[in-house]
Design a protein around this ligand. Structure first.
Ligand SMILES: C[C@@](CO)(OP(=O)(O)O)[C@H](O)COP(=O)(O)OP(=O)(O)OC[C@H]1O[C@@H](n2ccc(N)nc2=O)[C@H](O)[C@@H]1O
Ligand SMILES: Nc1ncnc2c1ncn2[C@@H]1O[C@H](COP(=O)(O)OP(=O)(O)O)[C@@H](O)[C@H]1O
Length: 294
């Protein structure tokens, strides 16, 4: 492996795990097993977590950093590594460290992206040679949002989020507000007041800017006053939208300077991030560099 891809500490390599926004999200039905059918647009961002991986010869999979509130059993990075290890029947193990920036339970897909980066990174480090379709299918077993991060392209999504069509969107700047509430996704999907028959949209509608609604927004705003307040505040600068099941909200702005000016005015109860939409994930670029470096 090229030394340029190692991050300085013996045996460790660093893998990006970008955040996502859901530019819109329509819940259009429900499957017999209770999972919801949706339409959404996943916009990858140039901002996110970093995962560091180090191969172990003894087969152990261990986390090298604490993830507050996340037990070993529920840690998506450890679960991803174990799933790949079992599937590929490799005797190798790994140490996994996460530099967490994406707020947990914020609707920005942090856990899913971390898991995808572990799958893609370890598949290369362990030389298990699985193709992207197989990694995406393994990822789907960990969460509906994992496949888009494995495939590494902003995408139009249907089904439960796994039927993906890569799309190329303008690389827009976004102001993202984190109202610092952890919204439990499963509970939101169970909400009796959730609209489950939103009319279907089209990619053309997305591109023309008609599709901005999120089926979760009325439910989340009614249940979490801080999310409602964040949307009201952001509405002063652009049409605010909810990402995923929340609690983070965002608005598109014209450029970085405008975004930074808005960020500077942000009230202290919200954490603000400025990020740019990207069509291709840095994970995909890293994986390519790694493969080329051999
Ligand atoms: C709402 C979305 C939109 O991108 O994102 P987040 O808000 O989580 O970021 C996703 O659909 C979330 O995907 P993900 O976070 O991977 O959820 P999962 O772990 O697969 O599912 C958590 C639980 O939500 C419910 N669930 C999830 C996805 C789906 N299409 N229908 C469902 O009913 C199921 O009860 C499931 O047990
Ligand atoms: N590496 C991880 N990063 C974030 N959350 C994780 C991770 N592993 C497990 N989790 C669990 O998954 C939940 C959802 O995480 P996250 O992906 O950050 O939010 P969302 O699904 O709202 O986008 C968290 O509340 C946490 O309990």
């Amino acid at each position: 492996m090229s030394s340029a891809l190692m991050n300085g500490q013996a045996g460790w390599s660093s893998w990006p795990a970008p955040a996502k926004l859901n530019l819109f999200l329509h819940i259009v039905g429900q499957r017999a097993d209770g999972y919801h059918l949706l339409q959404t647009a996943f916009q990858l961002l140039d901002w996110g977590d970093s995962i560091r991986l180090r191969v172990r010869a003894d087969g152990e999979i261990s986390r090298a950093t604490e993830l507050p509130g996340v037990s070993l059993q529920s840690d998506l990075c450890l679960r991803a590594a174990k799933l790949l290890q079992e599937h590929a029947a490799t005797p190798l193990g790994a140490d996994i460290a996460v530099e967490k920036r994406i707020p947990m339970g914020g609707g920005l897909g942090g856990g899913s992206s971390d898991a995808a980066s572990v799958l893609v990174g370890l598949n290369l480090l362990w030389q298990t040679g699985l193709d992207i379709d197989t990694l995406a299918a393994l990822g789907l077993r960990l969460g509906a949002d994992v496949p888009v991060f494995v495939r590494g392209h902003s995408a139009w999504a249907e089904g439960i989020g796994e039927e993906l069509t890569a799309i190329t969107l303008p690389e827009q700047v976004y102001v993202i507000l984190d109202p610092q509430v952890c919204v439990p996704t499963a509970e939101l999907f169970r909400a009796p007041e959730l609209t489950r028959n939103t009319p279907r949209g089209t990619i053309r509608g997305l591109v023309s800017g008609e599709l901005v609604a999120n089926s979760f927004a009325p439910v989340v705003r009614a249940r979490f006053a801080a999310v409602d307040a964040a949307m009201h505040w952001l509405d002063r600068f652009g049409e605010s939208r909810l990402s995923g099941s929340g609690g983070c909200v965002f608005a598109a702005v014209s450029n970085i300077e405008a975004a930074n000016a808005i960020a500077q005015q942000c009230p202290p109860e919200f954490v603000v991030h400025v990020a740019r939409g990207i069509n291709v994930s840095p994970l995909l670029k890293m994986a390519h560099e790694f493969s080329v470096a051999g």
